[in-house]
Design a binder for this molecule. Structure first.
Ligand code: ZN
Ligand code: ZN
Length: 372
């Protein structure tokens, strides 16, 4: 990997076609441009959005290297990169342009170019750093972190303290900041206010831990998997509702003296669960929807307008990653945000199993470890 070589030869998990398997192959990675950084990936979380892209939900162009919750160590930084240098630990988050009205007003999660920069298959400047035998390979979230190395625009990178475990830092960049941010950045619940978390996967459980940090009471977790409800209790839920055994709206009203809760977060992305979360709230309830609820059907007047409720879709937890990820890391290091409880590590070679466990929900947050 001497400087001056045109491309680096790296191993990456390539998906060649819609619904195709991940195959670990040698690919070429272009050297970083002036505002880019070459990162040796230490670990990468597996998110449901990777599975959606594998199925072609975003009109993806194949072949593609997925992965968008990477962490690692800087190998080389371009000449205009001031914040990072060789040897720095980093986490990667979503890509944002830094210039549009949303980015300029400190709201990168609402970047006007968010879709193009994260899903359209190219990097920050239009091309992709990945290829194989001269054939283009699509980039994902400006990261493509299911690989040994990545070339990443400086906007995607967040500093990670030397003391922090990179396997724990990796998934903060998407799933964990999405759930935690829906509570800490958007809902901002008052201590003593009630909250329902509907769908206790990685996103929902992160929201639940954030609700605990805010002093919410009650914190009511709703799911259909017993082990998730057990973990929810361990992480701070005051009540749990198994939605196949107990009707959640009724259970929540019983737990709150008939009032309902002030806040709800949906981490499931299932329309019916979102609707349930809405109806668990009292008048003036605020509901944050983190999942992609394509199938939501609701009587908007009766269930939202007439109840003075606010229903908001949340992308990336309304997070400014450069500020919010270090904040979450500090909470983790203080022992008040135990994300390690959500994580199971897999060797990179076992990517197929990790993705399978993410889809089945058997593991809340699989994390691939690039080398041990
Ligand atoms: Zn922007
Ligand atoms: Zn994600």
């Amino acid at each position: 990997m001497a400087k001056g070589e045109l491309d680096l030869k790296i191993k990456a998990a390539v998906v060649h076609e819609v619904n195709g398997p991940y195959t670990i192959e040698e690919v070429d990675l272009a050297r970083p441009g002036t505002d880019e950084v070459l990162v040796k990936i230490a670990a990468s979380g597996v998110c449901h959005t990777d599975a959606a892209a594998q199925k072609g939900d975003f009109g993806n162009i194949y072949p593609i290297v997925l992965g968008h919750e990477g962490s690692g160590v800087v190998v080389e930084a371009g000449s205009s990169v001031e914040k990072f240098e060789k040897g720095d630990k980093v986490a990667m988050s979503f890509s944002w342009c830094g210039e549009c009205p949303a980015c300029s007003s400190g709201r990168p999660w609402g970047c006007y170019r968010l879709y193009g920069l994260n899903f359209a298959g190219h990097g920050f400047h239009g091309g992709t750093p990945l290829s194989q035998n001269g054939k283009r390979i699509s980039n994902f979230f400006g990261q493509s972190s299911f690989a040994e190395y990545a070339v990443v625009h400086k906007n995607n990178l967040v500093p990670v303290p030397e003391s922090m475990d990179l396997q724990i830092a990796a998934p903060i960049g998407c799933g964990i900041q999405t759930g935690a941010g829906s509570v800490l950045n958007y809902l901002k619940p008052e201590p003593g206010s009630g909250i329902v978390v509907s769908g206790c996967g990685g996103v929902g459980m992160s929201a639940l831990m954030a609700a605990k940090l805010c002093g919410c009471d009650p914190i009511i977790a709703v799911d259909v998997v017993e082990s998730r409800l057990d973990l929810a209790l361990e992480l701070g839920a005051s009540h749990v509702v198994h939605a196949k055994k107990t009707e959640p709206v009724k259970a929540v009203h019983q737990a709150t003296g008939g009032k309902g809760v002030e806040y709800a977060v949906d981490g499931s992305g299932i329309g019916e669960c979102v609707r349930t979360a809405v109806n668990c709230t009292a008048p003036f309830g605020v509901i944050a929807v983190c999942g992609a609820a394509y199938d939501l059907q609701i009587n908007f007047h009766e269930e939202v307008t007439a109840m003075h409720r606010t229903l908001t879709g949340i992308i990336e937890g309304h997070s400014n990653p450069g500020l919010f990820i270090p904040q979450l890391i500090s909470y983790y290091e203080k022992g008040i945000f135990p994300i390690d409880k959500l994580i199971k590590c897999y060797d990179f070679q076992n990517i197929q199993q990790a993705v399978q466990d993410s889809i089945s929900g058997g593991v809340l947050k699989p994390v691939l470890v690039m080398e041990s």
